[in-house]
Design a protein around this ligand. Structure first.
Ligand SMILES: Cc1ncc(COP(=O)(O)O)c(C=O)c1O
Length: 433
């Protein structure tokens, strides 16, 4: 990446240069912080932690931590400060926006609004919909994409990918007025990839727009919003190795520019007169009121740079090797059952959910942590309707332990030993008297 130079106000005419990162020169898979973490297990021993919970939050990449550390000495306010540190921090913040835009292959006229996370981003879009918009959403969604819509048509989990396209087609055909199809790119429960290009095509045929929840896709696959003809994409930094509290909503500017500001306050406003407030038309200012999370944005951009610099084929190759090993290991254990919507051969990212005969998901997760030093997630993964569907369970409260599963998820820093330890631990558990 080349250095970015900004020229500030005519009075100072100072040039502020953001140093170029080394990311584009480094094609090794970067390290994550915490790979040497040791955790206590039963009996008081310390063992190396096997983090298999990346789908919840991924550890911080070293280049991300380095970028934040490098930005801290000059850390200052953004957008309104005349001081050099403020100008430098503003340049870094806006460069981060530029990097995130390129990372998802956005169109030049798309907006990139920094948010707290994916949930914040979907809620921002929900508040920005033209009046009377109907959302069409599958029951398989994470709650962040399932719940924000005031007016939604909910579609049952489709039996196969083509059925998803057919169901969306039929639902969109029956709706008058503005419509938005909402779909996840990769399931946070099964890891399965959804046919987002075909769904975008169908949405546009009906004059609808499409929002893709890419929270679980972007840590694992390259996404190109323009090539896929998507209208909006949302994701979180903390799942993308940048756990500093920033996410993004990227996409078409018109709805965002016309919407009421998401937060009312400084930064979103152009002028405040006695009886009138003039809001910024530019969505990036209009919807980022208050002091933004600059370090979060810098971290997010550093993660984008680091993943691109490593090369997606190297990342994919390593992930497929490890998730293949894990799934084969699980499949070979009698009493462990992987959850899947579209069958074992459907392509997926590095996420696998399963149930274990004779044990609740909570029991399994506690044994894995307390006896083997393995971190997994158990529960319904903020996707209650979908998990119930996969388990053939009826409606139940959040505490319904029978309708829960265990989820193991991998990423940069996962090793064969982590995967093998999980498989061996489950085998041990099932062989206990
Ligand atoms: C597919 C998907 N969408 C949205 C979210 C919500 O992300 P966040 O908690 O960062 O808002 C998650 C988090 O697990 C997710 O997996």
């Amino acid at each position: 990446m080349s250095a970015l130079t900004i020229f500030t106000s005519a009075t100072t005419a100072a040039a502020v240069t953001v140093p170029a990162t080394r990311a584009s020169e480094d094609r090794r898979i970067p390290a994550v912080l915490g790979s040497d973490l040791e955790v206590p297990v039963k009996g008081g021993r310390l063992v190396p932690y096997a983090n298999l919970d990346y789908a919840a939050s991924a550890p911080c990449l070293e280049p991300v931590s380095a970028a934040v550390a490098a930005a801290l000495p000059a850390y200052s306010s953004v957008h309104r400060g005349a001081g050099y540190a403020s100008q430098l921090t503003t340049a870094r913040y806006e460069q981060a926006r530029h990097t995130v835009r390129a990372f998802v292959g956005a169109r030049p006229d798309d907006s990139v609004v920094f948010t707290r996370n994916t949930t914040d981003a979907t809620n921002l879009l929900a508040r920005s919909l033209p009046e009377g918009t109907t959302a069409v959403v599958f029951d398989t969604e994470h709650h962040a994409s399932l719940l924000p819509w005031a007016d939604a048509v909910r579609l049952a989990p489709p039996a196969f990918p083509g059925e998803a396209v057919r169901a969306a087609d039929e639902a969109l055909a029956g709706i008058d007025g503005p419509k938005l199809l909402v779909v996840t790119a990769a399931s946070n429960v099964t890891g399965e990839l959804w046919p987002i290009a075909a769904l975008a095509h169908i949405a546009h045929r009906h004059g609808a727009r499409i929002l893709v929840d890419a929270a679980q896709l972007v840590p694992h696959r390259r996404l190109n919003l323009t090539a896929l003809d998507l209208d909006y994409v949302v994701f979180s930094g903390h799942k993308l190795y940048a756990p500093f509290g920033t996410g993004a909503l990227i996409g078409r500017t018109d709805w965002l520019a016309a919407a009421e500001p998401y937060l009312r306050g400084g930064g979103a406003v152009k002028a405040v007169n006695d009886d009138e407030t003039e809001w910024h038309a530019d969505p990036e200012a209009r919807h980022e009121a208050g002091t933004p999370n600059v370090l979060g944005a810098i971290a997010l951009a550093a993660a984008c740079d680091a993943l691109n610099a490593t090369g997606w084929s190297a990342l994919l190759h390593e992930e497929e090797r490890l998730i293949g090993r894990l799934r084969a290991g699980l499949a070979a254990i009698e009493g462990v059952h992987e959850l899947s919507l579209w069958g074992p051969d459907h392509p997926r990212v590095g996420i696998v959910s399963f149930v274990v005969d004779g044990f609740t998901a909570r029991e399994v997760a506690e044994v894995l942590s307390g006896e083997y030093g393995i971190g997994v997630r158990d529960g319904k993964f903020c996707a209650h309707p979908f998990v119930r569907h996969l388990l053939g369970a009826k409606d139940g409260g959040c505490d319904d332990v029978t309708a829960s599963a265990v989820r193991a998820s991998i990423g940069i820093g996962t090793t064969e030993e982590h995967v093998d330890r999980l498989v061996a631990a489950l085998r041990d558990l099932l062989n206990r008297d």
